[in-house]
Ligand binder design. Structure first.
Ligand code: MEV
Length: 328
């Protein structure tokens, strides 16, 4: 039995635009997904608990045709099953052990489909746990690459390397196309607001792709996000938190123009700004889920707690530990 864990993330800047080759800066946060892999003779059995902050359990055998009976959208469950199956296939392939069976237990603190990188964290941790269970320790670059292949397949070829690279390495990272590297950052006082909902990443990415194809100004908006990220990198290098906040506000406006915000995400963004946050934006694919704000004071967290539509508000520290084996 081998357990590995990997962190979730927030996007300081650049989600969606990163899919089209613009740079993005995701930052790992101290909410982790743990995956335990236990070798068995054949097949794949998966048990997943606490995939949302509210908590529920999915128990299914990936070889059975029955879908798990859980109170979340079918598309999210299908995606979760696709991510886990894909991770195990990649791990078996890495080790050359295609026929070995596994019992997989997922225990995640990261809400599903909420913009905090739950799928990337599960895939990265699963590849690490399964390969270690087979006696092989993969290089982080290979884990990140294989995890990206899984996301790429599940999201129908519309995925960037950002989530999977960040979850593998931990800390803040910069991703532009196939170029991925870690970044040094100042202390970033992240506050997260969660509306209790979720967005469908595949659908949201497709909707941006369609807009971009239809309207030149939508393509320009994507390119503007890239410009903004480059300015954000300078602000990061200069420890200029107020400039970072301003650029986050701008980034939210551009994502909103691309149609991926929602009423509850906007309400939380405005509550954070009114409470004095340096900046606030949605994080991840959007459609519902989480916003991230920058605020050293307790004001934003308190304001979010009283915001209608906000189910949970919490502070999140940067997690500098990427994927790792637990208790190993
Ligand atoms: C989803 O967490 C981030 C997106 O940019 C998609 C991706 O990068 O694969 C929306």
């Amino acid at each position: 039995m081998t357990t590995s864990s990997a962190p979730g993330k927030v996007y300081l800047f650049g989600e969606h635009a990163v899919v089209y080759g613009e740079p993005a800066v995701p930052c790992a946060i101290e909410l982790r997904a743990s995956v335990t892999a236990t070798r068995r003779d054949s097949g794949l059995r998966v048990r997943a608990g606490d995939l949302t902050l509210d908590g529920f359990t999915v128990e299914y055998d990936s070889e059975a045709s029955d879908r798990p009976d859980v109170d979340v959208a079918d598309s999210l469950v299908d995606a979760a099953m696709g991510y886990i199956n894909g991770a195990v296939t990649q791990a078996r392939d890495a080790v050359g052990a295609e026929d070995v069976g596994f019992e997989i237990a997922v225990d995640s603190q990261i809400p599903l489909g909420a913009g905090l990188g739950s799928s990337a964290a599960v895939v990265v941790a699963a590849i690490d746990a399964v390969t270690r269970e087979l006696g092989v320790t993969l290089d982080p670059a290979e884990i990140a690459d294989r995890a990206y292949q899984v996301e790429y397949a599940v999201q129908d070829g519309q995925a960037s390397r950002a989530d999977t690279f960040c979850s593998t390495m931990g800390g803040a990272v910069r991703v532009e196309g196939d170029e991925c590297r870690t970044l040094d950052t100042p202390d970033l006082p992240f506050v997260i607001g969660y509306d209790g909902g979720a967005g469908d990443t595949g659908e949201l990415v497709s909707s941006v792709r369609d807009l971009r194809a239809e309207y030149g100004f939508a393509a320009d908006t994507v390119a503007s996000i890239g410009d903004l990220v480059r300015q954000g990198e300078t602000a990061l290098a200069e420890d200029d938190l107020s400039r970072l906040g301003e650029l986050m506000n701008f980034n939210h406006g551009l994502l909103s123009a691309l149609g991926v915000s929602s009423r509850s995400l906007d309400a939380m963004v405005w509550a954070a700004r009114d409470a004095g946050a340096l900046g606030a934006k949605l994080t991840g694919a959007g459609g519902g889920g989480c916003i991230v704000a920058l605020d050293e004071t307790p004001e934003t967290e308190t304001a979010l707690e009283y915001t209608p539509g906000c189910a949970d508000a919490f502070r999140a520290e940067l997690d500098t530990t990427g994927v790792c084996q637990e208790g190993g």
